[in-house]
Every structure is written in structure tokens, then in C-alpha cells.
Write a protein that binds this ligand. Structure first.
Ligand code: C5P
Length: 415
């Protein structure tokens, strides 16, 4: 695995020679790219000695560019890890800046990008830093940590860089780079619906809902990281297509139904995280409807239930639904699990502005004979945990775990 390790100017940079050794112990080739301020905390001599490669730090270094240009370096990388990542680099990555080698390389790479933030706990909790974290996460950057504990500044709290061993385990671990073999969903195809749908009323108006698509996009990224081929069927959202995922854009529930059934025969797992409109206007007027009376009535008709239609297929994939409810969350969720014949349902409370169009979420996951709670966390971290659970339930019910069940059925047939 080729890893570009970006080092920025935080005190935790003193741990990077150890990080490089841990990465190399796990078989990775490591190319260091330093920002100017990283050199205040760790020397080029030390980094070069442990990485065994000349250090890159300057976009305008003609000799280094001639041997491997920054674009070639961006292509060479299987993973770009920035550790430590300061508040400054997070802001520059979020803004799309490209004034130095590291930021230019991040824009130019198709490899997964991970950052390990490290800063004082008050800086980490600053709303500007958190907004940048959320934006980067939304664009598919993996945010590793930070951990909690005592800090170099003498304070205690969240902001410590994860330990070198832990970082090395994550980025060289199975499934971190999309398409890597050995991930929990390696060799599987996962189809995911995400976002709202738009149901046209006339050429200028439509009915929709508050879904942002963030949860579905985070699931797509997490499933790709777990080694799956991922097809994301997305309603209209304001998010960049996740890296390494085939994204198909649709507008209405009918479009989403069609696009899903176009690909569903390939799917091992189907995750319906879209907030599909339940009803659409019976007809979409071809001219703008003029205001006339004091009231107006719109006649509506049910849209196709995409999730139920997939779960009812003779060779249905492992199906995961979402239930967004304001009340009786678990009761309604279990009802949907049973009525729609799902393998699993993720129950979201959407009362008081929760879950929709926000960055954090807390869910309860239910299946026929089990249940697991996931407390409030960022949607990206939550997506990783949900994908792990889906992979293990898939394995238990459809993987090699199905064989004993089949033999019991045969035995019963014979007796
Ligand atoms: O029945 P309800 O709409 O509450 O079920 C929610 C689940 O069903 C979600 O997983 C949603 O994506 C899916 N759904 C669907 N097609 C519809 C309505 C809901 O796939 N028309």
C-alpha cells in the first residue's frame, strides 16, 4: 500500500517518525509531504531516515517535481493520511485551497483521504473547526479521532492525535481503501437510496421533504471502505458524490424506483435510507397553475414503495430500511420490519429537529430476534458502525451461516 503522509504544524508531529515506522511495519511505502510549519516540530532528517524516501515539502521544487510531479504523487497514493491535522489544514482543505503541495495533492487524488486532528480541546470544539470537520466528513474525508486525554498544552479533553499504532491499524486495515480486498463487504454489491424525492406539481413547483442525504452518503462511503462495490441512487441533495461510489441522480419516487430496479439484480445488500415521498400529485400540470380561489385541493396518489418492492423479490438482497418517526419509534419500526419483510430496520427519532439535515444522529437498529442502540455520534462514524453491523448480520443470515439452517430444513423434510 502506498501512503502519502501529510504532516502539518502541530506538537503531535513529534510522534510522526514512530507513525512512519508503524506504517512500514505493516508493509506500507510511506512518502512524507510536510507543510512549512511541520518543520518547527520534527526534522526532515529524522523523517527521511525512517521513511527511506526524500521528503517533499515544496510545490515549486523543480528537481523533485521532475522526478515525481505532485499529480503523479496524487495518483501513486492508495491513501492520503494527514497526521497531525491542525485547525489550519482543516480550514484550507474545507475551502478547497491549493496554495501548497499538500493541499494541491489532496485536490488531485482519487485515493481516500483521512485526517487525524490534533489540537487544544477548546480549539477542537470551536464552531468554525466543527463546521470544517462536518464539511470534510460530508465530502468523504475520514476523520480519525481526535482522542481524549491530557494534552501538550496542559489541559485535558478531546483533541489528542490518535496513537501511531491505532492510526496505522486503521489506514492499513481491511477495506480502508475502496475496493481493497479483505473488507467486511469485500466482493459484495451494495445499493443505497439516499436523500429526498421531488414530486412535481407543475413546471415550477414540487413537493419534497427535509432529508439532506447525509446519512445515505455516509453509508455509501462506509460501504465502499468496507470493500463493497456501491451504487448510490440519490435524490436531489447538496452533497458531492462520494469517492469510489457509482452515484446515479434521480428526482421523483418513480425515477428512484426505476433506477433501483435497474441495478437490484446485482445487489447483495439494499439499504433504503432515502426519504421517499409517500404520495405524489395525480398529475403534474404542464403549465404553471394560476392562483384562483382562496383554497386549492391537490389530489394525490401513493408512490411505489421501493423498499417493500425490493424485499418482495424472489431473490431479494439483504434489505435494510429506515424508519423516521416522531413518536412510538420502536413500535412503528418493528411494524415496518415485519410488514415490509425486511432483514433489518434503522429507527431514527425525528422529533425536535433531530436526524434530518443535521450532522449527528442516534439510532436503534432492530432485526427479527435482536436490537442494538447507537448513541448520538457523527453520521460518518455512525455509518461505519452500521455497515459493520449490516456485514455481520448479512454473514449470519446469508453468508456461510445459512448452511446449518438449510440442513435443518432438509432434515425436517425427511422426517
Ligand atoms: O413506510 P415508510 O415510508 O415509513 O418506510 C420508510 C422506509 O421505506 C425507508 O427505508 C424508505 O427509504 C423506504 N421507502 C421506500 N419507498 C417509498 C416509501 C418509503 O423505499 N415509497
Amino acid at each position: 500500500m502506498n501512503i502519502v503522509l501529510g504532516i502539518t504544524g502541530g506538537i503531535a508531529a513529534y510522534k510522526t517518525p514512530d507513525l512512519i515506522r508503524r506504517l512500514r511495519e505493516r508493509g506500507a511505502d510511506v512518502q512524507i509531504v510536510m507543510t512549512a510549519s511541520a518543520g518547527e516540530f520534527v526534522t526532515e532528517t529524522a523523517l527521511q531516515a525512517v521513511s527511506g524516501r526524500p521528503i517533499r515539502s515544496n510545490l515549486w521544487d523543480r528537481e523533485a517535481e521532475a522526478s515525481m510531479s505532485h499529480i503523479e504523487l496524487a495518483r501513486w497514493a492508495d491513501v492520503v493520511l494527514i497526521a497531525p491535522a491542525t485547525a489550519e489544514i482543516m480550514a484550507r482543505l474545507a475551502s478547497g485551497a491549493a496554495a501548497d503541495l499538500l493541499t494541491t495533492l489532496v485536490l488531485a487524488t482519487e485515493a481516500p483521504v483521512a485526517i487525524a486532528p490534533a489540537m487544544n480541546r477548546v480549539m477542537w470544539s470551536n464552531p468554525a473547526v466543527q463546521a470544517n470537520r462536518a464539511l470534510l466528513e460530508e465530502r468523504g474525508v475520514a476523520i480519525l479521532g481526535p482522542g481524549r486525554g491530557s494534552q501538550a498544552c496542559g489541559e485535558t479533553g478531546a483533541g489528542r492525535m490518535l496513537e501511531p499504532d491505532e492510526l496505522a491499524d486503521i489506514v492499513t486495515g481491511p477495506g480502508f481503501a475502496p475496493g481493497e480486498t479483505g473488507g467486511a463487504l469485500s466482493g459484495k454489491t451494495v445499493v443505497i437510496t439516499a436523500g429526498p424525492t421531488r414530486e412535481p406539481i407543475d413546471p415550477v413547483r414540487y413537493l419534497t421533504n427535509r432529508s439532506s442525504g447525509k446519512m445515505g452518503y455516509a453509508l455509501a462511503t462506509a460501504a465502499a471502505r468496507a470493500g463493497a462495490r456501491v451504487v448510490l441512487i440519490s435524490g436531489p441533495v447538496d452533497l458531492a458524490p462520494p469517492r469510489g461510489v457509482e452515484t446515479r441522480s434521480v428526482l421523483s419516487a418513480a425515477d428512484m424506483h426505476r433506477a433501483t430496479h435497474d441495478v437490484i439484480s446485482d445487489a447483495d445488500v439494499f439499504i433504503a435510507s432515502a426519504a421517499v415521498a409517500d404520495y405524489r400529485p395525480v398529475t403534474a400540470a404542464d403549465k404553471k397553475i394560476k392562483k384562483t380561489g382562496e383554497t386549492m385541493t391537490l389530489e394525490m396518489v401513493r408512490t411505489p414503495d421501493i423498499l417493500a418492492s425490493v424485499a418482495a423479490l424472489p431473490d431479494a438482497p439483504f434489505t435494510v430500511g429506515f424508519a423516521a418517526e416522531t413518536d412510538n419509534l420502536l413500535g412503528y419500526a418493528r411494524g415496518k420490519l415485519e410488514n415490509k419483510s425486511l432483514d433489518m430496520i434503522v429507527a431514527n427519532c425525528v422529533r425536535d429537529g433531530k436526524a434530518f439535515d443535521v450532522d449527528d444522529n442516534a439510532v436503534e437498529v432492530l432485526w427479527a430476534d435482536g436490537q442494538q442502540s447507537f448513541p448520538t455520534t457523527g453520521k460518518s462514524a455512525l455509518a461505519g458502525e452500521l455497515v459493520d453491523l449490516i456485514a455481520s448480520r448479512y454473514e449470519a443470515t446469508r453468508g456461510t451461516g445459512t448452511e446449518p439452517r438449510l440442513s435443518i430444513i432438509r432434515l425436517n423434510d425427511q422426517t
